[in-house]
Design a binder for this molecule. Structure first.
Ligand code: CU
Length: 382
């Protein structure tokens, strides 16, 4: 006797957002706080240190010779060196985040497919009024925004790098656990596209869609790529229940500021708060402003999936800087909050709203500082 098996598919689907085909005026999005690298070098005295006066740091591999011995770069370690690295307390089998152009075609496809899958999943309900699981992340960022970004160069919180490190990691876990993404995320080497983001290999029909310039002072709805026609309900700013399209407005003058000069200026900074300020206000800000539209919005920018590529670059920069000196992975300083500058310590809590369930407890700085120890086990391909 044959038994017919009925497959019951859950009828739950993501709440729909009314379709909007018009981009919003550019000034709707505000500006991510930023200073140009020229300003930084010429006159901005972030935390009392002039960018231009700083010595250039010793190259990572030279220092690694002392830290790990034998000149081994821990970002490129061979299988043979894993055991000795593990003896340092590092995890033995880290996930490797490859640069986009070194990531295979099937990895790229799996990555954008998994993001698409999140967009189609219902919201968890814990981040109301998010309309889908992807918007849960937008809502988390939106509601935590005041505590995780510096309002100005004189009022800073140095949680920005740590919080966003945890945030993109949490995104990766949710892609894995809820959308079957069984690999590590890529990262995006933004500095090689400075001044020409619109030509970058992430902004294509197959992947993140194109990067148009503004049209009559407004951003432009994205109708190409995996996220063509994407509609969002959160943002700009703190707005909710505000249907709008995924929109961009490239500004290559801004993207030109996200290049090697900013990179070198930041990498030459020796204290965590100085490095942090440099990153937040130079290439981090200019990458946001450069993509434009939703990405230029400091609060709701995760609505553009390109946000994650940008912040993977920021985390790569943080990790790269940390390789230069072991103390950068074992100590912290700066301000925990921008209002009173209570000190940021190894025991300061970093809150993530349980976005990936039991994998996302609120954690202390000490658990988030090293990508190969504590809560994490990942590294970059170089
Ligand atoms: Cu942010």
């Amino acid at each position: 006797m044959k038994v017919s098996v009925a497959l019951f598919v859950s009828a739950v689907s993501a709440a729909s957002i009314p379709s909007v085909q018009q981009g919003l005026p550019l000034d709707t999005f505000g500006q991510v706080h930023s200073i140009s690298i020229e300003d930084a070098i010429a006159k901005i005295d972030l935390l009392g240190t002039n960018f231009g006066a700083l010595p250039i740091s010793t190259k990572a591999k030279e220092i690694l010779q002392d830290v790990f011995g034998g000149g081994a770069n821990d970002e490129k370690m061979s299988t043979a060196s894993v055991a000795s690295t593990a003896a340092n307390g590092d995890c033995a089998n880290p996930a490797i985040r490859y640069e986009w152009d070194n990531y295979s075609a099937s990895d790229k496809q799996a990555f954008v497919d998994a993001i698409q899958c999140l967009i189609k999943k219902p919201a968890s309900g814990k981040f109301a009024p998010a309309k889908n699981r992807y918007e849960d992340f937008v809502r988390l960022h939106q509601s935590y925004s005041p505590n995780i970004h510096s309002p100005s160069t004189t009022k800073q919180t140095h949680k920005f790098l740590l919080w966003h490190r945890y945030y993109v990691w949490a995104f990766e876990q949710v892609l894995r656990d809820e959308c079957g993404f069984n690999r590590a995320m890529p990262w995006w080497d933004e500095k090689k596209w400075a001044g020409k983001f619109a030509q970058a290999t992430i902004f294509t029909n197959q992947y993140f869609g194109n990067l148009p310039g503004p049209n009559n002072g407004a951003a432009v709805c994205i109708n190409s790529g995996k996220f063509a026609g994407l509609q969002l309900s959160l943002g700009p700013g703190m707005a909710t229940e505000n249907p709008h399209c995924l929109q961009r407005a490239v500004n290559e003058q801004s993207t030109a500021q996200a290049g090697i000069d900013s990179w070198n200026a930041c990498m030459s900074r020796t204290s965590y708060p100085d490095f942090h300020s440099c990153v937040e206000f130079t290439f981090h800000a200019q990458g946001h402003n450069g993509v434009g539209g939703l990405m230029a919005d400091a609060i709701a920018s995760p609505g553009d999936p390109a946000f994650f590529m940008h912040h993977l670059f920021v985390d790569y920069a943080f990790r790269k800087w940390q390789i230069d000196d072991v103390s950068r992975r074992t100590s912290i300083s700066g301000c925990a909050d921008s209002a009173n500058c209570s000190p940021l310590t190894m025991d300061t809590m970093v809150y993530i709203g349980n976005i990936c369930g039991s994998k996302c407890p609120d954690l202390k700085v000490r658990d988030l500082l090293n990508t190969l120890q504590g809560h994490f086990c990942y590294r970059y391909d170089y």
